[in-house]
Design a protein around this ligand. Structure first.
Ligand SMILES: NC(=O)c1ccc[n+]([C@@H]2O[C@H](COP(=O)([O-])OP(=O)(O)OC[C@H]3O[C@@H](n4cnc5c(N)ncnc54)[C@H](O)[C@@H]3O)[C@@H](O)[C@H]2O)c1
Length: 373
């Protein structure tokens, strides 16, 4: 259940209805969120100020088994039983790690997510994927463990730095591109080069795309949930390559670049019309909303090696998944909120062409002429 709006409006009522069921409540958060959001959350939630808080250091580097071990130690010290509730207050690192710890604690304790980054509000806190990284391989150890509820309160975004907003907005652009209801993408196109207002209505629209996809493929067994990976085969490779070479970029910035590349692949394969690719291009690059990633031409080989290791690959082929945006539903059929997924393989030559297209996207005056050629 995802509640969108002020915590006062939703959490207190929800908690009052559940309270008899929790033996204890514990909050997991990170150092930045502790500083910026904990007091606000305690005030808004009505939980007592003495509610126990576990604080981990901020950042992806701490989404590890070692930190999970520390959390379990603290849970043991606090004698948390199966009837306790863990509240994950923070970004995707906290909800991934906390969800993972809760999933394994006594074979599963209950958890709620209170996301404080835009990325966690529209993506990471929703859908039950939890996990930790190992040796810099992201999310390699993990499990599904659905939160009892997610409380999305845009007030927490007030202290979020701009580059973190840009990261989360990348996932909102992705949801808009996946949505068969074209209102969201139209609104983004009209305001190209700026964020949509990050209010409850726009967050709800974006979140509904993810929840609708998950509703039909909760455990990623039908190939439909892969839609949410649009932009991520190229995007993860960009993120890792730039991280390894000391030029780190945020997840959302890498995904935006990945979406441009994968939309190009869709165009070449005849599935995504030029108009849609150019719409995505306008949304992402106008006003320099997403500046060009610090990639160089000779990054192509390391990028290809990274793409060959992608979790989504099948039978040694590099796979990408994008929405079939030209799909039209049978008359009378109620269309779902998203386009159906298309899974296609990419070889080295097509990967290179997509990368070249990405560089072209940032050439002054670019208007899609490469695509017409
Ligand atoms: N489980 C999923 O389905 C899923 C989906 C997408 C991403 N993820 C994971 O999410 C993680 C990224 O999430 P993220 O971008 O939220 O990163 P994050 O949790 O590291 O948060 C980013 C930074 O913002 C700080 N912060 C959080 N809220 C703040 C606030 N309100 N004010 C000021 N600072 C604040 C954090 O302390 C951190 O320094 C990655 O580990 C990724 O793998 C998971």
């Amino acid at each position: 259940m995802v509640f969108i709006g002020t915590i006062q409006a939703h959490f207190q009522e929800w908690f009052a209805a559940q309270q008899a069921g929790f033996s204890k409540v514990m909050i997991l958060t990170d150092a930045h969120v502790h500083a910026h959001c904990l007091t606000l959350f305690l005030e808004k939630s009505g939980l007592p100020p003495e509610t126990p808080v576990l604080q981990i250091p901020a950042g992806e580097a701490h989404k590890t088994l070692q930190t999970a071990g520390w959390v379990w130690e603290k849970m043991l010290e606090a004698r948390l039983d199966k009837k306790a509730l863990l509240i994950n207050l923070g970004g995707g690192v906290v909800s991934d790690l906390g969800g993972f710890c809760a999933a394994l604690w006594k074979r599963g304790m209950r958890v709620v997510n209170v996301p404080t980054t835009l990325l966690a509000m529209v993506d990471a806190a929703i859908g039950g994927k939890t996990g930790v990284d190992m040796h810099y391989v992201k999310n390699i150890i993990g499990t599904f463990h659905n939160p009892l509820a997610v409380f999305v309160d845009p007030d927490f975004l007030q202290t979020l730095p701009l580059h973190e907003k840009r990261s989360g907005f990348g996932e909102m652009i992705k949801h808009a591109f996946l949505a068969s209801d074209t209102l969201l993408i139209k609104a983004m196109h009209e305001g190209a080069g700026s964020f949509l207002p990050l209010d409850a209505a726009n967050l709800a629209n974006s979140i509904s795309v993810k929840t609708d996809v998950i509703a039909v493929d909760p455990l990623e067994t039908k190939g439909i949930r892969h839609l949410l990976n649009f932009g991520h085969t190229f995007g993860h490779a960009f993120e890792s390559c730039l991280m390894e070479s000391g030029r780190p970029v945020s997840h959302g910035e890498a995904v935006v670049a990945g979406m441009l590349c994968e939309a190009f692949v869709g165009y070449i394969k005849g599935h995504i019309p030029l108009e849609q690719v150019m719409r995505l291009h306008a949304i992402c690059t106008s006003n320099n909303l997403y500046p060009q990633l610090p990639l160089q031409k000779d990054d192509a080989d390391p990028l290809w090696r990274l793409m060959q290791q992608d979790k989504k690959n099948a039978h040694s082929e590099v796979m990408v998944c994008y929405p079939d945006v030209s799909f039209s539903y049978e008359k009378g059929e109620k269309p779902p909120n998203f386009f159906p997924p298309l899974h296609v393989s990419v070889d080295r030559a097509l990967m290179q062409a997509a990368l070249d297209f990405y560089f072209e996207c940032y050439r002054p005056g670019f208007s899609g002429q490469v695509l017409n050629a």
